[in-house]
Design a protein around this ligand. Structure first.
Ligand code: SF4
Length: 454
Protein backbone atom coordinates (compact mmCIF):
# COMPACT_ATOMS: atom_id res chain seq x y z
CA UNK A 1 0.00 0.00 0.00
CA UNK A 2 1.27 3.50 -0.87
CA UNK A 3 2.34 5.71 2.03
CA UNK A 4 -0.15 8.42 0.99
CA UNK A 5 -2.98 5.90 1.16
CA UNK A 6 -1.88 4.74 4.62
CA UNK A 7 -1.77 8.33 5.77
CA UNK A 8 -5.27 8.96 4.45
CA UNK A 9 -6.64 5.93 6.33
CA UNK A 10 -4.74 6.47 9.59
CA UNK A 11 -5.29 10.22 9.82
CA UNK A 12 -9.00 9.65 9.16
CA UNK A 13 -9.14 6.96 11.87
CA UNK A 14 -7.51 9.37 14.36
CA UNK A 15 -9.96 12.23 13.86
CA UNK A 16 -12.32 11.10 16.62
CA UNK A 17 -9.68 11.77 19.22
CA UNK A 18 -10.44 15.25 20.55
CA UNK A 19 -7.44 15.94 22.74
CA UNK A 20 -6.99 19.45 21.41
CA UNK A 21 -4.29 20.89 23.57
CA UNK A 22 -1.45 23.26 24.16
CA UNK A 23 1.91 21.53 24.29
CA UNK A 24 2.79 22.65 27.81
CA UNK A 25 6.53 22.74 27.14
CA UNK A 26 8.80 25.49 25.88
CA UNK A 27 12.05 24.28 24.31
CA UNK A 28 14.27 26.42 22.13
CA UNK A 29 15.87 25.07 18.97
CA UNK A 30 19.29 23.49 19.54
CA UNK A 31 22.36 23.27 17.38
CA UNK A 32 22.35 19.91 15.60
CA UNK A 33 18.67 19.15 16.21
CA UNK A 34 15.52 19.87 14.26
CA UNK A 35 12.56 21.80 15.64
CA UNK A 36 11.62 23.52 18.84
CA UNK A 37 8.66 23.54 21.17
CA UNK A 38 6.43 26.55 21.72
CA UNK A 39 3.95 26.61 24.59
CA UNK A 40 0.96 26.98 22.29
CA UNK A 41 2.01 23.62 20.81
CA UNK A 42 0.41 21.96 17.86
CA UNK A 43 -1.39 23.43 14.95
CA UNK A 44 -5.12 22.73 14.77
CA UNK A 45 -7.84 21.54 12.46
CA UNK A 46 -11.61 21.17 12.70
CA UNK A 47 -13.59 17.95 12.72
CA UNK A 48 -16.79 17.73 10.65
CA UNK A 49 -18.86 18.67 13.72
CA UNK A 50 -16.93 21.89 14.15
CA UNK A 51 -14.59 21.04 17.02
CA UNK A 52 -10.97 22.03 17.09
CA UNK A 53 -8.42 19.20 17.03
CA UNK A 54 -4.63 18.98 16.81
CA UNK A 55 -2.34 18.03 13.92
CA UNK A 56 -0.32 15.99 12.80
CA UNK A 57 -2.65 13.56 14.41
CA UNK A 58 -2.34 10.04 13.20
CA UNK A 59 -2.67 6.45 14.33
CA UNK A 60 0.27 4.09 14.04
CA UNK A 61 -2.23 1.40 13.05
CA UNK A 62 -6.01 1.04 12.87
CA UNK A 63 -5.92 -2.80 12.70
CA UNK A 64 -7.32 -3.35 16.17
CA UNK A 65 -7.41 -6.62 18.06
CA UNK A 66 -10.03 -5.20 20.45
CA UNK A 67 -13.73 -4.71 19.87
CA UNK A 68 -14.88 -1.55 21.68
CA UNK A 69 -18.44 -1.03 20.46
CA UNK A 70 -18.22 2.81 20.23
CA UNK A 71 -15.10 2.84 18.04
CA UNK A 72 -14.88 2.84 14.23
CA UNK A 73 -11.59 0.92 14.40
CA UNK A 74 -13.01 -2.02 16.36
CA UNK A 75 -12.17 -5.52 15.18
CA UNK A 76 -15.67 -6.34 13.94
CA UNK A 77 -16.09 -3.19 11.83
CA UNK A 78 -15.44 -3.56 8.14
CA UNK A 79 -13.15 -0.70 7.25
CA UNK A 80 -9.90 -0.32 5.35
CA UNK A 81 -6.95 -1.22 7.60
CA UNK A 82 -3.41 0.07 7.49
CA UNK A 83 -0.28 0.26 9.65
CA UNK A 84 2.89 2.28 9.28
CA UNK A 85 6.34 0.90 9.81
CA UNK A 86 8.29 2.86 12.45
CA UNK A 87 10.57 4.36 9.78
CA UNK A 88 7.66 5.33 7.53
CA UNK A 89 6.02 7.23 10.38
CA UNK A 90 9.24 8.95 11.41
CA UNK A 91 10.06 10.00 7.84
CA UNK A 92 6.52 11.20 7.23
CA UNK A 93 6.62 13.38 10.35
CA UNK A 94 10.01 14.84 9.48
CA UNK A 95 8.90 15.48 5.88
CA UNK A 96 5.83 17.39 7.08
CA UNK A 97 7.85 19.27 9.65
CA UNK A 98 10.44 20.36 7.07
CA UNK A 99 7.65 21.58 4.80
CA UNK A 100 6.27 23.58 7.70
CA UNK A 101 2.94 21.74 7.67
CA UNK A 102 3.12 20.71 11.32
CA UNK A 103 4.79 21.67 14.56
CA UNK A 104 4.59 18.34 16.34
CA UNK A 105 3.18 14.85 16.39
CA UNK A 106 0.14 13.43 18.14
CA UNK A 107 0.54 9.68 17.96
CA UNK A 108 -1.98 7.08 19.01
CA UNK A 109 -2.71 3.58 17.82
CA UNK A 110 -5.19 0.76 17.80
CA UNK A 111 -4.03 -2.43 19.50
CA UNK A 112 -1.90 -4.10 16.85
CA UNK A 113 -1.80 -7.71 18.04
CA UNK A 114 -1.07 -6.90 21.68
CA UNK A 115 -0.44 -3.75 23.77
CA UNK A 116 3.28 -4.57 24.07
CA UNK A 117 3.82 -5.11 20.33
CA UNK A 118 2.03 -1.83 19.57
CA UNK A 119 4.02 0.11 22.14
CA UNK A 120 7.33 -1.33 20.91
CA UNK A 121 6.58 -0.10 17.38
CA UNK A 122 5.48 3.34 18.55
CA UNK A 123 8.66 3.59 20.65
CA UNK A 124 10.81 2.64 17.67
CA UNK A 125 9.13 5.33 15.52
CA UNK A 126 9.78 7.96 18.19
CA UNK A 127 13.34 6.70 18.72
CA UNK A 128 14.06 7.22 15.02
CA UNK A 129 12.54 10.69 15.19
CA UNK A 130 14.41 11.77 18.31
CA UNK A 131 17.74 9.97 17.98
CA UNK A 132 18.30 9.66 14.22
CA UNK A 133 16.58 12.80 12.97
CA UNK A 134 17.23 14.74 16.21
CA UNK A 135 13.63 15.97 16.14
CA UNK A 136 13.22 18.38 19.03
CA UNK A 137 9.56 19.30 18.43
CA UNK A 138 6.53 18.42 20.52
CA UNK A 139 5.35 14.81 20.70
CA UNK A 140 2.17 13.66 22.42
CA UNK A 141 1.90 9.86 22.59
CA UNK A 142 -0.99 7.74 23.79
CA UNK A 143 0.00 4.73 25.82
CA UNK A 144 -1.80 1.46 25.20
CA UNK A 145 -3.61 0.17 28.32
CA UNK A 146 -2.13 -3.14 29.47
CA UNK A 147 1.38 -2.46 28.15
CA UNK A 148 4.46 -3.42 30.18
CA UNK A 149 5.58 -0.64 32.60
CA UNK A 150 9.10 -0.78 31.08
CA UNK A 151 7.63 0.20 27.71
CA UNK A 152 5.67 3.06 29.27
CA UNK A 153 8.89 4.33 30.79
CA UNK A 154 10.69 4.16 27.44
CA UNK A 155 7.83 5.98 25.72
CA UNK A 156 7.80 8.68 28.41
CA UNK A 157 11.51 9.35 27.84
CA UNK A 158 10.81 10.09 24.15
CA UNK A 159 7.48 11.98 24.31
CA UNK A 160 6.63 15.35 25.85
CA UNK A 161 3.17 14.37 26.96
CA UNK A 162 1.65 10.96 27.54
CA UNK A 163 -1.99 10.08 27.82
CA UNK A 164 -3.98 7.04 28.80
CA UNK A 165 -7.59 7.25 27.68
CA UNK A 166 -10.03 6.41 30.45
CA UNK A 167 -12.63 6.11 27.65
CA UNK A 168 -15.82 5.67 29.69
CA UNK A 169 -16.88 7.20 33.01
CA UNK A 170 -17.49 3.96 34.93
CA UNK A 171 -16.21 0.41 35.19
CA UNK A 172 -19.68 -0.96 34.42
CA UNK A 173 -19.79 0.97 31.13
CA UNK A 174 -16.26 -0.13 30.29
CA UNK A 175 -17.21 -3.78 30.85
CA UNK A 176 -20.31 -3.34 28.71
CA UNK A 177 -18.86 -1.46 25.75
CA UNK A 178 -15.14 -2.26 25.83
CA UNK A 179 -14.89 -5.77 27.31
CA UNK A 180 -11.22 -6.17 26.27
CA UNK A 181 -10.20 -3.21 28.44
CA UNK A 182 -9.89 -3.37 32.20
CA UNK A 183 -10.09 -0.49 34.66
CA UNK A 184 -6.81 -1.46 36.34
CA UNK A 185 -5.01 -1.61 32.97
CA UNK A 186 -5.98 2.06 32.50
CA UNK A 187 -5.37 3.39 36.01
CA UNK A 188 -2.07 1.57 36.63
CA UNK A 189 -0.13 3.33 33.85
CA UNK A 190 -1.68 6.66 34.96
CA UNK A 191 -0.21 6.07 38.42
CA UNK A 192 3.16 5.10 36.97
CA UNK A 193 3.29 8.20 34.77
CA UNK A 194 2.33 10.47 37.70
CA UNK A 195 5.10 9.02 39.89
CA UNK A 196 7.81 8.98 37.21
CA UNK A 197 6.93 12.46 35.95
CA UNK A 198 7.20 13.92 39.47
CA UNK A 199 10.46 12.06 40.07
CA UNK A 200 11.87 13.33 36.77
CA UNK A 201 10.99 16.93 37.73
CA UNK A 202 12.85 16.54 41.02
CA UNK A 203 15.91 15.08 39.27
CA UNK A 204 15.90 17.85 36.67
CA UNK A 205 15.88 20.45 39.43
CA UNK A 206 19.15 18.96 40.71
CA UNK A 207 20.81 17.74 37.49
CA UNK A 208 20.12 19.89 34.46
CA UNK A 209 20.95 17.03 32.08
CA UNK A 210 18.87 14.33 33.78
CA UNK A 211 16.53 12.60 31.27
CA UNK A 212 13.10 14.22 31.15
CA UNK A 213 10.12 11.89 31.52
CA UNK A 214 6.93 13.28 29.91
CA UNK A 215 7.83 16.90 30.82
CA UNK A 216 4.39 18.16 29.71
CA UNK A 217 2.63 15.68 32.02
CA UNK A 218 -0.27 13.45 31.16
CA UNK A 219 -3.88 13.81 30.05
CA UNK A 220 -6.85 11.57 29.40
CA UNK A 221 -10.04 11.50 27.36
CA UNK A 222 -13.56 10.44 28.26
CA UNK A 223 -16.51 9.77 25.96
CA UNK A 224 -19.67 11.64 26.98
CA UNK A 225 -23.18 10.57 26.13
CA UNK A 226 -22.59 6.95 25.06
CA UNK A 227 -23.44 5.70 28.56
CA UNK A 228 -25.91 6.86 31.23
CA UNK A 229 -23.53 8.42 33.82
CA UNK A 230 -24.60 11.86 35.06
CA UNK A 231 -22.53 15.06 34.89
CA UNK A 232 -22.16 14.78 38.68
CA UNK A 233 -20.56 11.35 38.33
CA UNK A 234 -18.28 12.53 35.51
CA UNK A 235 -17.18 15.65 37.39
CA UNK A 236 -16.39 13.71 40.54
CA UNK A 237 -14.36 11.24 38.51
CA UNK A 238 -12.54 14.16 36.87
CA UNK A 239 -11.75 15.74 40.22
CA UNK A 240 -10.41 12.42 41.51
CA UNK A 241 -8.20 12.01 38.42
CA UNK A 242 -6.74 15.51 38.79
CA UNK A 243 -6.00 14.97 42.46
CA UNK A 244 -4.72 11.40 42.33
CA UNK A 245 -2.78 11.36 39.06
CA UNK A 246 -1.84 15.05 38.67
CA UNK A 247 -3.36 15.14 35.18
CA UNK A 248 -2.83 18.26 33.11
CA UNK A 249 -6.14 17.91 31.30
CA UNK A 250 -9.20 15.72 31.08
CA UNK A 251 -10.73 15.93 27.61
CA UNK A 252 -14.41 15.24 27.04
CA UNK A 253 -15.55 13.84 23.74
CA UNK A 254 -19.23 14.07 22.84
CA UNK A 255 -20.22 10.67 21.50
CA UNK A 256 -20.76 10.67 17.74
CA UNK A 257 -23.21 7.88 16.96
CA UNK A 258 -21.73 6.12 13.96
CA UNK A 259 -22.62 2.50 14.77
CA UNK A 260 -25.89 0.68 15.10
CA UNK A 261 -25.63 -1.26 18.36
CA UNK A 262 -28.33 -1.90 20.94
CA UNK A 263 -25.86 -1.03 23.74
CA UNK A 264 -25.34 2.46 22.27
CA UNK A 265 -27.59 5.49 21.60
CA UNK A 266 -29.42 5.35 18.27
CA UNK A 267 -27.51 6.62 15.22
CA UNK A 268 -30.00 9.47 14.90
CA UNK A 269 -29.00 10.85 18.33
CA UNK A 270 -27.30 14.24 18.15
CA UNK A 271 -23.78 14.45 19.66
CA UNK A 272 -24.22 16.14 23.09
CA UNK A 273 -22.03 19.14 22.23
CA UNK A 274 -23.65 21.54 24.72
CA UNK A 275 -23.18 19.00 27.51
CA UNK A 276 -19.54 18.59 26.50
CA UNK A 277 -19.18 22.40 26.62
CA UNK A 278 -20.69 22.59 30.13
CA UNK A 279 -18.29 19.89 31.32
CA UNK A 280 -15.33 21.85 29.94
CA UNK A 281 -16.61 24.98 31.72
CA UNK A 282 -16.94 23.05 34.99
CA UNK A 283 -13.51 21.47 34.48
CA UNK A 284 -12.12 25.02 34.18
CA UNK A 285 -13.80 25.92 37.49
CA UNK A 286 -12.11 22.94 39.18
CA UNK A 287 -8.66 23.81 37.86
CA UNK A 288 -8.56 27.61 38.03
CA UNK A 289 -11.38 28.83 40.28
CA UNK A 290 -10.90 26.56 43.33
CA UNK A 291 -14.37 25.01 43.01
CA UNK A 292 -15.03 21.48 44.25
CA UNK A 293 -17.14 19.08 42.17
CA UNK A 294 -19.56 18.71 45.10
CA UNK A 295 -20.26 22.47 45.04
CA UNK A 296 -21.33 22.43 41.41
CA UNK A 297 -23.58 19.38 41.31
CA UNK A 298 -25.11 16.90 43.72
CA UNK A 299 -27.16 13.73 43.61
CA UNK A 300 -30.29 15.95 43.84
CA UNK A 301 -29.10 18.04 40.87
CA UNK A 302 -27.00 15.53 38.89
CA UNK A 303 -26.78 17.38 35.54
CA UNK A 304 -25.83 20.88 34.44
CA UNK A 305 -28.45 23.38 33.42
CA UNK A 306 -28.15 23.51 29.61
CA UNK A 307 -29.06 27.22 29.54
CA UNK A 308 -26.68 28.52 32.19
CA UNK A 309 -22.94 28.17 32.57
CA UNK A 310 -21.95 26.26 35.75
CA UNK A 311 -20.56 29.32 37.52
CA UNK A 312 -23.73 31.38 36.98
CA UNK A 313 -25.73 28.34 38.08
CA UNK A 314 -23.72 28.18 41.32
CA UNK A 315 -24.14 31.94 41.89
CA UNK A 316 -27.91 31.79 41.43
CA UNK A 317 -28.10 28.98 43.98
CA UNK A 318 -25.98 30.84 46.55
CA UNK A 319 -27.50 34.31 46.91
CA UNK A 320 -26.16 34.63 50.49
CA UNK A 321 -22.63 34.80 49.06
CA UNK A 322 -23.40 38.07 47.23
CA UNK A 323 -22.94 40.97 46.75
CA UNK A 324 -19.14 40.93 46.81
CA UNK A 325 -17.35 44.25 47.46
CA UNK A 326 -14.69 44.37 44.75
CA UNK A 327 -12.50 46.84 46.65
CA UNK A 328 -11.97 44.57 49.65
CA UNK A 329 -12.85 40.96 48.74
CA UNK A 330 -10.02 38.39 48.68
CA UNK A 331 -9.07 36.72 45.40
CA UNK A 332 -10.96 33.47 46.12
CA UNK A 333 -14.18 35.45 46.70
CA UNK A 334 -13.71 37.53 43.54
CA UNK A 335 -13.26 34.33 41.55
CA UNK A 336 -16.77 33.23 42.54
CA UNK A 337 -18.37 36.23 40.86
CA UNK A 338 -19.82 35.49 37.38
CA UNK A 339 -17.95 37.64 34.88
CA UNK A 340 -14.70 37.79 36.89
CA UNK A 341 -11.98 35.37 35.75
CA UNK A 342 -8.48 34.65 37.09
CA UNK A 343 -6.90 37.41 34.98
CA UNK A 344 -9.43 40.10 35.85
CA UNK A 345 -9.29 39.07 39.54
CA UNK A 346 -5.52 39.60 39.54
CA UNK A 347 -5.91 42.95 37.76
CA UNK A 348 -8.47 44.03 40.39
CA UNK A 349 -6.09 43.10 43.22
CA UNK A 350 -3.29 45.13 41.62
CA UNK A 351 -5.41 48.13 40.61
CA UNK A 352 -7.15 48.59 43.95
CA UNK A 353 -3.81 49.07 45.71
CA UNK A 354 -3.63 52.53 44.14
CA UNK A 355 -7.26 53.63 43.95
CA UNK A 356 -10.81 52.60 44.72
CA UNK A 357 -12.50 50.86 41.81
CA UNK A 358 -15.83 51.73 40.24
CA UNK A 359 -17.76 50.19 37.36
CA UNK A 360 -15.79 52.08 34.68
CA UNK A 361 -12.48 50.79 36.07
CA UNK A 362 -13.82 47.23 36.27
CA UNK A 363 -14.84 47.38 32.64
CA UNK A 364 -11.34 48.52 31.69
CA UNK A 365 -9.87 45.64 33.71
CA UNK A 366 -11.75 43.09 31.61
CA UNK A 367 -14.64 42.25 33.96
CA UNK A 368 -17.74 41.08 32.05
CA UNK A 369 -20.14 43.57 33.61
CA UNK A 370 -23.20 42.17 31.88
CA UNK A 371 -23.06 39.29 34.37
CA UNK A 372 -20.90 40.66 37.21
CA UNK A 373 -22.93 43.86 37.85
CA UNK A 374 -25.69 41.98 39.66
CA UNK A 375 -23.28 40.30 42.07
CA UNK A 376 -20.94 43.11 43.17
CA UNK A 377 -20.76 46.38 45.01
CA UNK A 378 -18.21 49.11 44.32
CA UNK A 379 -17.45 51.19 47.45
CA UNK A 380 -20.74 50.06 48.92
CA UNK A 381 -22.90 50.83 45.89
CA UNK A 382 -24.65 48.06 43.98
CA UNK A 383 -23.28 47.49 40.48
CA UNK A 384 -26.78 47.44 38.95
CA UNK A 385 -30.41 46.95 39.85
CA UNK A 386 -32.69 44.75 37.84
CA UNK A 387 -35.79 42.68 38.34
CA UNK A 388 -35.45 38.91 38.34
CA UNK A 389 -36.41 38.53 34.67
CA UNK A 390 -33.78 41.10 33.60
CA UNK A 391 -31.10 39.35 35.65
CA UNK A 392 -32.11 35.94 34.28
CA UNK A 393 -31.90 37.31 30.73
CA UNK A 394 -28.40 38.64 31.36
CA UNK A 395 -27.19 35.35 32.83
CA UNK A 396 -28.52 32.89 30.25
CA UNK A 397 -25.92 31.55 27.84
CA UNK A 398 -26.79 32.87 24.35
CA UNK A 399 -24.98 29.86 22.80
CA UNK A 400 -27.78 27.58 24.05
CA UNK A 401 -30.25 29.46 21.83
CA UNK A 402 -27.95 29.86 18.81
CA UNK A 403 -29.53 29.89 15.36
CA UNK A 404 -27.53 30.09 12.13
CA UNK A 405 -28.27 30.05 8.43
CA UNK A 406 -28.04 26.85 6.43
CA UNK A 407 -27.52 27.29 2.70
CA UNK A 408 -29.77 24.95 0.71
CA UNK A 409 -28.90 26.27 -2.73
CA UNK A 410 -27.17 29.28 -4.26
CA UNK A 411 -29.88 31.70 -3.17
CA UNK A 412 -31.85 29.74 -0.60
CA UNK A 413 -31.04 29.92 3.09
CA UNK A 414 -32.96 28.53 6.06
CA UNK A 415 -32.38 29.36 9.71
CA UNK A 416 -31.36 26.25 11.71
CA UNK A 417 -30.23 25.69 15.31
CA UNK A 418 -26.44 25.77 15.65
CA UNK A 419 -24.79 22.40 16.51
CA UNK A 420 -24.02 23.55 20.07
CA UNK A 421 -27.57 24.78 20.81
CA UNK A 422 -29.74 23.22 23.51
CA UNK A 423 -31.31 19.81 22.68
CA UNK A 424 -34.81 21.26 23.31
CA UNK A 425 -34.23 23.81 20.54
CA UNK A 426 -33.13 21.09 18.12
CA UNK A 427 -36.18 19.05 19.06
CA UNK A 428 -38.64 21.91 18.47
CA UNK A 429 -37.01 22.71 15.12
CA UNK A 430 -37.19 19.01 14.15
CA UNK A 431 -40.91 19.11 15.02
CA UNK A 432 -41.39 21.82 12.40
CA UNK A 433 -41.24 25.02 14.48
CA UNK A 434 -39.14 27.67 12.62
CA UNK A 435 -35.75 27.89 14.35
CA UNK A 436 -35.92 31.60 15.38
CA UNK A 437 -39.38 31.09 16.89
CA UNK A 438 -38.24 27.89 18.62
CA UNK A 439 -35.25 29.78 20.09
CA UNK A 440 -37.54 32.52 21.43
CA UNK A 441 -39.94 29.99 22.98
CA UNK A 442 -37.12 28.01 24.63
CA UNK A 443 -35.51 31.17 25.95
CA UNK A 444 -38.80 32.42 27.45
CA UNK A 445 -39.23 29.11 29.20
CA UNK A 446 -35.62 29.15 30.45
CA UNK A 447 -36.07 32.70 31.83
CA UNK A 448 -39.27 31.69 33.68
CA UNK A 449 -37.57 28.64 35.09
CA UNK A 450 -34.59 30.68 36.29
CA UNK A 451 -36.81 33.38 37.82
CA UNK A 452 -38.55 30.67 39.86
CA UNK A 453 -35.15 29.47 41.16
CA UNK A 454 -34.03 32.97 42.26
S1 SF4 B 1 -8.71 -0.41 21.58
FE1 SF4 B 1 -8.87 1.68 20.83
S2 SF4 B 1 -8.77 1.52 18.61
FE2 SF4 B 1 -9.20 -0.54 19.39
S3 SF4 B 1 -11.44 -0.69 19.31
FE3 SF4 B 1 -10.91 0.01 21.37
S4 SF4 B 1 -11.00 2.28 21.25
FE4 SF4 B 1 -10.92 1.48 19.14
Amino acid sequence: MELAEKLEILADSAKYDVACTSSGVARAGQHGSLGSCALPGLCHAFTPDGRCVSLLKVLYSNACAYDCSYCVNRRSNEIRRASFTPRELAELTIGFYRRNYIEGLFLSSAVLGSPDVTMERMIEALRILRREYHFNGYIHAKTIPGADPVLIERLGLLADRLSVNIELPSEASLNLLAPDKKKTAILKPMGQIAVQSAQSKRELAVYRHAPAFAPAGQSTQMIIGATPESDHHILQLTEGLYKKYSLKRVFYSAYLPLMQDERLPAVTTRPPLLREHRLYQADWLLRFYHFEASELLSSDEPNFNPYLDPKCNWAVRHPAYFPVEVNTAPKETLLRVPGIGPKSALRILTARRVSQLGMAELKRLGVVLKRAQYFITCQGYAGAHGNRAEIANALLDPGAFGVGMQQLSLDQFVPTPLPGAAPALHQLAADGVPAPKAATLIKQEAVQCLVRQM
